[in-house]
Design a protein around this ligand. Sequence first.
Ligand SMILES: Cc1ncc(COP(=O)(O)O)c(C=O)c1O
Length: 385
Amino acid sequence: MTLQSKLPHIGTTIFTVMSRLATEENAINLSQGFPGFGADPLLLEMVAKYVRDGMNQYAPMVGIPALREVLAEKTRLTQGYFPDPETEVTIVSGATEAIFSAVSAVVRSGDEVIILEPAYDSYEPAVTLNGGIPVYVRLNSTDFSVNWEKVKASVSPKTRAILVNTPHNPSGFVWDKSDLDTLADLIRGREIYVISDEVYEHITFDGKPHFSLGGHPELRSKTFVCGSFGKTFHVTGWKIGYCIAPRTLTAEFRKIHQYVTFSTVTPIQFALAEYLEAPDRYLSIPGFYQKKRDLFAMGLAKTALKIIPSQGSFFQMASYGHLSSMADQKLAIEMTKKLKVACIPISVFYSDKQDDKIIRFCFAKENDQLEEALSRLKKLEDILN
Ligand SMILES: Cc1ncc(COP(=O)(O)O)c(C=O)c1O
């Protein structure tokens, strides 16, 4: 018997490859998107307390009420609307699960799903495994804003959903309110759902606000907002996130979530519910990351690389086409081996592996690590020749 793969084109992800290489080469790992520093000790203590207090059995399938309520309150405070904690908020095992369950809830065999690329790698398999057909639309190549004319041209009677991501990984582009209005115009009167990946909702710079698609009254009725506590509170290994969607969509979403994981780690739900009671714990995050973005972007500007401004997320992209025609995957490997700094080549975020000679760095690291990486990157030209 030979098992016919349902995902024959999927191998080991570049994130695993680059992180492994970074460890082997003892390089500074600015490749994979995870913080290099710990969480607030208070949050850790809260988790320990709930573990000790015996909150260690299954949580309710939809998440504990206290966490759903405080999340609804956070949404009111930051986005100006209050989703019903009972029927519109679900706690899940990370945004990856939220995206997979939302896609599974709406995509049927033969449905087309628009994916804006460069795109996070979990979108396409979620669509394909549900029998959907990914339809790729490229973001504008200069600033990674959405090319709405192209999106419009890709809509067909078979379009069932569009997957969007703001703040965007890998570019850091953040949608304006006008982007939300344009999307609302585009899907008005059609049965097209929106799966909105907003895991970097609390990481925007220079005072730029994050506009959740759930905050747009018209889009809200068609949108699954997917979020991640792991990204917000520097605890990506906890794999806990949420989905906010209108009642009818949430009902279908929960049917899938129920059989993907059923419920999500109990003591961490209690800890987050308590921790989120003080809004400053999430409202202070943009300021914290702005300092790192500034430090890294200013340092990078002094190297031979050309920086592509990042408005949000904890990523900074840079181009090197003016220096060399080396393939971006090769450059990432050479940089790790010779300069001992690991990054991610952007071609891996494109379905056809288009190589625009751009690389991505994660700056969610301790400042001394960032400074050391920047000093090593000054020698970049030596490895390009
Ligand atoms: C754009 C984007 N979406 C989703 C995720 C996954 O989030 P989680 O760890 O909560 O599943 C990531 C993590 O890197 C991401 O960058």
